[in-house]
Each structure stands twice: as C-alpha cells, then as structure tokens.
Design a protein around this ligand. Structure first.
Ligand code: AHR
Length: 512
C-alpha cells in the first residue's frame, strides 16, 4: 500500500515536472554591488584516512612521481582549480594535534594514534613545513585550525609565532633551525573546531570564554594580520551562533558553520555514494538546498549583532557524507563521487555566490579520498571526480562581481518544498559574464531565456557536465566517464541568451 502511494506520488511529480514551460532569468547589473569572494571556493585537507598520506603526500623516497614529496598528478590537477585557501590539519584531528610533533628531523618526530579516524598511526611526517610549503606551491592561503580542545594557550601562541614571526624571537629561531628562514604568510586561523563536539564537547558560553582567552595570545607579528575564526555551529544549532555573537562579537573576524548533506547520522545509515534510486537522488538534492535556509537563519542572527557585516560567515565544512565504500578501512571516510555529488557542489556554490555580503569563505570536505573529494587516488593512479569538474567549471566566479537575478522556473516537490528545477548564478569580471546553470530534473530538458547584463555581447563559450545515469562516476579503470564537454547550443539573440539545458546537467557559460 505504502509502496503504491509512493510510486503514485512519484508519477504525479514527474508529470508535474514535465508540464514545465520556459525558464526565464532576468539579470540586474545595476544592482550588482557584491563580490563573490574567491575563498568560497576553498578546500579542506585533514589527517584522515588517505587524504594527506597517499592522497597529497607520498614522501620524497616514494616510487610514485612526486615533487618534494607531494604527488605530481594531484598537484597538477589542483593547480587547475586555482585553489584560494586550504584548511588543515582538521577537523576533529586539529583538537588532538600538537604541532611541535610535526617539525624537525622526520626520524625523530613522535608518532601518535589518530583516535578520531580509525586509530591509524600518525607518524607526523607531514607537519607545518610540509603544509605551508604546499600552500606556496599551490599559491593558496593557508587556513590553520588551532587546538583548543586538548592544547594549551601557550602551544597555540607559539605556533602562531613559529609560522609568522620574522623577528629574533625564540619560535622564529626554532623555525630557522628547521630550515625555513622567512616567515610564512598565514592569515586564516581557526580557534578550535566543532568545540560543541569532537573539539571538546563544550557549551557555547564556555567556548566563548575560551575563544576570548586563546585568541588574545594569537599575536599579529610584523606585517601579518590574523583573520581569527571562531568554531561555529553545526547546521541547525542557532543558539550556538547567538551566544558567540553576543559574547565574542568583534573579537572574531569570522564565525564558522558546518553543514553536511547527509541522509541520517549513524553507522551504515547514510546510504551508498553510487548505488541509489532516483528518489534518493531527489531527497539528497532537497537536503543540499536546505543549506540556504540554514545559512539565512545564522546570518539573521549575525545581522542582529553585527549590522555592518564585519564578521564573515565561514562555511568551513560542507558537502556530501555517504557510507564508506565497502572493503575500505573503517573510519577513513572513503567514498565514491557521482553526478549526484556534482549537483550538490553546483547547487551549493550557486547559493554561496548569492551571499557575498556575509559569506566570506567555504571549504568543501575534503580534498582527496575523503567524503566529497576532488580526487581519488590508489597507489600511483588518480582520478578526478565529478565534483572536481564542477569546481573547475565554476572557477570564473572567483572574485567576480555577483549579478543579482530573478529566476522563474517550474518546480518539483522534494521533502515538502517546491524546488526550482533550474538554478543559476551570474557574475561579471571585466567584459566577461559568467553563468552557471543546473537542471536537476532527471528526465526533462528545459528551455532557458536569459536577459544578458551585457546585451552587446557577441560570443558565448560553454561547457556541459552530464552523464547517462545519475549514478555515473569515474573509476581508476574508467577515469573519464564523467567529464565536461563543449556545449554549443547557446545562442545570443537580441541581447538575450537562449539555450536548452538537457536533463540532469550542469552548464558553465562565458558570454563576451
Ligand atoms: O570532515 C570530517 C569531519 O566532520 C571533521 O573532522 C569534523 O570537523 C566534522 O565532524
């Protein structure tokens, strides 16, 4: 009976979806007054599973081709993304990490147990130098997560001094003795992570006081100016944001929030990353889009205490979280990545782009081999995920001016809400207007007409990411099943861009 009800409902919503008309997008370039911070396109690499060891770092003596210990294939792929910032060393790992264990001669670095993630032995061969040098190679800003949960104020203060002081100070001299003369540029500094959970199970009032204490001793050395980020709420915990805004206020430059697209927390309850039904696909899309309402509620609270929007909202962990792939090590969070993940990335980025007045950073979790990753590696093999391709296609939005839009589309009912089948984001950099568009519908194409903000434009270049099945994904054997192709079906006519976006596809267009 229940089954019959669900399939009737599905048939109805499919019918409803196919009864769609033309999608229209009006653009308002006169109202464009916000930049899309490039830091919204940020990343996260934790000492978790094979994200660092095997994914990014193999060591100089490895038979896997490497540049000073970093995998060459991964470096090359990441450079194409123009990564703006990279968060490290966690995550939960950050609140058990003691940075002094990760400096000096590799053979004398102490080992530890990675209690959060499968009890793996961490040999500390990838530490502060290895991370900050990687950021220099990738030309991205480091974002360090400091240890509040199990570390001392002194330990945190000394870490900042070690990384950023150029003077004749004890920690700067220790750094020099370890082979690095010049201080690194470190701007983003997180004072704890998930302090309500793995970062110490604190109450917000207690954490707010600790934040004030720890952050006092994170000094600005020489010309370095730290952008201090407080450990923020988990998705729907609005009280955490309220208490921190009230009690920390402008002592923080940023406040984080974490939101994962997840079916249900708990061992084995999160569903498979690649073996799912159409129903499960739409459910995940609905859950992903709920982030907009969650962020808006946090931003409303921030507005109450910070009318001038001086404090940034940093979505420093987001993305899909599915069951670990069968046969992989428990606690390593290794998951595959399908066209569905590409949609979660594209829809989330379209949302973040809209709120540039408050959202100053976002970091998808995580860079390699963990959760919604950019690359998957196995021994000397690497494959790019569908999510990687979205980040690559969307990079034109980085630091561009956001153009407000009005989008009229048919909707589909998902998780009790009417969701537009088409989503879009528009930005401008110089003469180029960049548009990213998604059609979440699995069956029906959509005709779209867009009022161009640059009506005299003559040329349009486009790329499309789509695949036969929504469950399609790349593997080491078939690494190019899901990859962008040239899209030629967009035409400029009388100052308008006209195109048909195929079912289940993501488009990136540049109009000039
Ligand atoms: O990204 C995986 C984990 O998710 C992080 O370590 C933690 O901050 C969050 O709970």
């Amino acid at each position: 009976m229940k089954k019959y009800f669900i399939s009737s409902l599905l048939a109805f919503s499919t019918l409803f979806a196919s009864a769609q008309g033309e999608v229209t997008i009006k653009t308002y370039p006169q109202q464009a007054n916000q930049k899309i911070s490039k830091h919204i396109y940020g990343h996260f690499a934790e000492h978790l599973g094979t994200c660092i060891y095997g994914g990014l770092w193999v060591g100089e003596n490895s038979s896997i081709p490497n540049e000073k210990g970093y995998r060459k294939d991964v470096l090359e792929a990441l450079k194409k993304l123009q990564i703006p910032n990279l968060r490290w060393p966690g995550g939960c790992f950050a609140d058990e990490y003691h940075w002094m264990d990760g400096i000096g001669a590799k053979e004398s670095r102490p080992k530890m147990v990675n209690n959060n993630w499968g009890g793996t032995i961490e040999d500390n061969s990838f530490g502060t130098h290895e991370f900050l040098n990687l950021c220099e190679i990738l030309d991205c800003e480091p974002y360090i997560s400091g240890n509040v949960g199990s570390g001392s104020v002194e330990e945190m203060a000394k870490w900042v001094e070690y990384m950023t002081s150029d003077g004749d100070s004890p920690m700067a001299n220790l750094r020099r003795s370890n082979g690095r003369d010049k201080a690194w540029d470190v701007k983003f500094f997180g004072v704890g992570n998930e302090s309500w959970g793995c970062g110490g199970n604190m109450r917000p009032e207690y954490y707010a006081d600790l934040y004030r204490r720890y952050s006092t001793y994170c000094r600005d050395y020489d010309d370095n100016r730290l952008f201090k980020i407080a450990s923020g709420a988990s998705d729907y915990d609005y009280n955490w944001t309220e208490v921190l805004m009230k009690n920390i206020g402008h002592r923080m430059s940023g406040l984080s929030v974490h939101y994962y697209t997840i079916t249900e927390w708990g061992e084995g309850k999160k569903g498979s990353a690649i073996d799912f039904t159409n129903d499960e696909y739409y459910w995940i899309i609905g859950k992903c889009l709920e982030i907009e309402e969650v962020l808006t509620k946090h931003m409303d609270i921030m507005d109450k205490y910070d009318k001038d929007k001086r404090i940034g909202l940093m979505v420093d962990e987001w993305g899909t979280w599915f069951n670990e792939e069968p046969g992989t090590i428990r606690g390593h969070l290794y998951q595959q990545n399908s066209m569905r993940d590409a949609f979660v990335a594209a829809l989330s980025l379209n949302i973040f782009n809209k709120y540039g007045d408050r959202i100053q950073m976002a970091n998808i979790a995580q860079l390699a081999n963990v959760l919604q990753s950019m690359v998957l590696t196995k021994d000397d093999k690497m494959t790019l995920t569908p999510t990687y391709h979205v980040f690559e296609m969307y990079k034109a939005h980085q630091d561009a001016t956001h153009i407000p839009i009005d989008l009229t589309s048919d909707t589909r009912e998902i998780r009790g809400r009417n969701i537009n089948t088409v989503s879009a984001s528009v930005s401008q950099k110089g003469d180029a207007v960049n548009l990213t568009l998604t059609n979440i519908d699995l069956e029906t194409d959509r005709k779209i007409v867009i009022d161009l903000p640059n009506p005299k434009a003559k040329n349009v270049n486009g790329r499309i990411l789509t695949s036969k099945n929504i469950t399609d994904h790349n593997t080491f054997e078939q690494p190019n099943l899901v990859k962008p192709e040239v899209f030629k079906d967009a035409k400029i006519r009388n100052g308008k861009l006209e195109l048909t976006i195929p079912a289940k596809s993501i488009l990136a267009l540049e109009v000039q």
